[in-house]
Design a binder for this molecule. Sequence first.
Ligand SMILES: *Cc1c(COP(=O)(O)O)cnc(C)c1O
Length: 413
Amino acid sequence: MSEATGEKAAPADYFGAYGGRYVGETLRPALDQLEAEFAAAWEDPAFQAELGLARREFIGRPTPFLRAGNASRALGGADIYIKMEGLAHTGAHKINNAVGQALLARRLGKRRIIAETGAGQHGLAAAAACARLGLACRVYMGSIDMARQRPNVFAMEMLGAEVAAVETGSRTLKDAVNAALRDWSASFPDTHYIIGSALGPSPFPDLVRRFQAVVGEETREQMREAGADFAALLACVGGGSNAIGFFAPFLDQPSPRLIGVEAGGRGPTPGDHAARMGGGARIGVAQGYKSRFLMDGDGQLLPTHSISAGLDYPGIGPQLASLGESGRLEFTSASDAEALAALRFFARHEGVLFALESAHAAAAAMRLAPELGRGRAIAVNMSGRGDKDLFITAKALDRDNWAAFLQSEIDHA
Ligand SMILES: *Cc1c(COP(=O)(O)O)cnc(C)c1O
């Protein structure tokens, strides 16, 4: 016991050595209040009923579970199934968390929402949830990201959100998180901060996992209905919210294998990838939580690269870091080129366009299926659909035609 060994029992807001609440005094009251009120809401049947209704009629749940028969035959080996999370409203799993937290905010009497966004997918989900629930929404976004992701800025504004340009630091996602935290420490009496992944200071990692666990709960039921022998589940890992949601119902049992797929980018050189668990990450504290980060010896976050904006982040959610260390989760990576190849493969064979993030999980599934052999099955979480990536995939796969199209848009603008 702790007294005998002198060890401190890990507080509930830690996952093994990771997690915690590394914030200044001004943010503590906001996090304390959120923790208490979320616990009460979660136990309240009225809140669960509201959440269930929003999932059905707004998000479009349950999302389908597709048996990828053509792809499986072409690869030879285990049967691949795809959890079609990209068919959720706004095109990705992010809406599960955004709607859950927006409902929570409304219950708490908070009329204003803030959120951070990198490529814009979380901002889009938050903006849609706020429009639906009649909440004001301000999305912090680095000015460099705004320039790179103009279509999503436009979409957020169409949904009534105000997109606030962040001009500090590298003017990208991590600076947007800092700006949102700064706003919240002054505004929390009437404002809720919807963080976009299963990370940040406690209670966010646990709260986001609970809103995303619906993905895994549906999948478990759909696996049962499929009646196949599932050997492994695969999900891509940026901050980790789609992965922890997909894996959540299986964490306390030894099987199936749970495999997180990180961004291998252009290669193993620092700055060329975003593989935290796969190599190079250090234990550190950043953005309010303790986890594994790609950082230098002084604790400065390193630049990362991935063809998929959603995986291009130096940190990983604390629960995933802990599960990786305990061995319950395996980690692998897929390169930019492998993700693009997987995208094309599933598009041709199944008529399904994966988001670039999710295509990393699909690439790992393509490697694993032939190894496992016939009679087994694996399930891949397609965390998003690929429509949002057309500007990137067309540039990568069909450069000349795409450049001609863009030029004609300019000529006729
Ligand atoms: C944002 C995003 C991700 C990465 O975020 P996680 O929190 O790791 O899930 C993955 N897939 C899609 C489609 C995304 O939009």
